[in-house]
Design a protein around this ligand. Sequence first.
Ligand SMILES: Cc1cc2nc3c(=O)[nH]c(=O)nc-3n(C[C@H](O)[C@H](O)[C@H](O)COP(=O)(O)OP(=O)(O)OC[C@H]3O[C@@H](n4cnc5c(N)ncnc54)[C@H](O)[C@@H]3O)c2cc1C
Length: 268
Amino acid sequence: MYPFSYQRATDLAEALAALRADPQARLLAGGMTLLPSMKHRLAAPSRLIDIARLPALRGIGLDGNALVVGAATRHGELATDAQARTALPALAHLAGLIGDPQVRARGTLGGAVANNDPAADYPAAVLACRAKIETDRRTIDADDYFQGMFTTALEADEIIVAVRFERTRRAAYRKFAHAASGYAMTGVFVAEFDDGVRVAVTGAGPCVFRWQAAETALTRDLSAAAVASLTLPADGLNADQHAPASYRAHLAALMTRQAVADITGASA
Ligand SMILES: Cc1cc2nc3c(=O)[nH]c(=O)nc-3n(C[C@H](O)[C@H](O)[C@H](O)COP(=O)(O)OP(=O)(O)OC[C@H]3O[C@@H](n4cnc5c(N)ncnc54)[C@H](O)[C@@H]3O)c2cc1C
């Protein structure tokens, strides 16, 4: 490590002021991404502003047709929250698939959504559930939020306060996890609303994306048959030491079929 200072903010205003006072400062939530990045010298903030315990960022609750989850909610808390499991069970299920018990005990929704790792799980739920990202100054639609690999619509000094997930009629998330880390080699979230079906794919490309051909087919007919022969073009998908693009394309179709089977109760 190298020298840096640490500050535990007591409220949102203090965190924002500290962030603005030092352009090299970074917010610290669960530290599950930021601290390894610092250890590997990929990040070198001068100051860590700890927001993990801010009351404004805590809590899970219903507001109209939305499940509102505070940014500092840990993955393990969301996975086991009774209200979340009833209101949006696919989201709670997804949270329970992240990493391992240690990661779920520390990592937060806000940290994951701010980081926008291409293999992270939450972005698929945020995009499929047409969530709204509430920050200290505005509300950003999921369709406008994810902009590329590790890139979002957030300003450098902007803090995510909560994420509003629209409740679905039915939904399911399936991922093919990397055997060591648990990150999504490819994960697919299928969400059915009164006015159609949304399908979001994570892990396969540089950034989470909607699979429009699958959405069209499933909006017409939410059944295994509707996606049985659907294939995702491999162009532009990730190819690395873990898998070629063609394999990720295959996984996207397979995870979609499995998620649809979870929704309909048929076999994939
Ligand atoms: C071994 C391991 C396995 C993992 N497996 C998975 C997995 O299977 N699936 C998965 O999705 N993820 C996985 N992760 C990542 C994990 O979910 C992290 O918790 C998450 O990506 C970052 O959340 P955090 O709260 O730890 O954020 P931090 O590491 O504290 O912060 C990450 C970034 O977000 C910023 N930030 C944090 N909170 C906010 C906020 N409220 N507003 C604005 N910016 C903010 C920070 O400044 C920093 O830049 C894994 C991590 C590890 C170490």
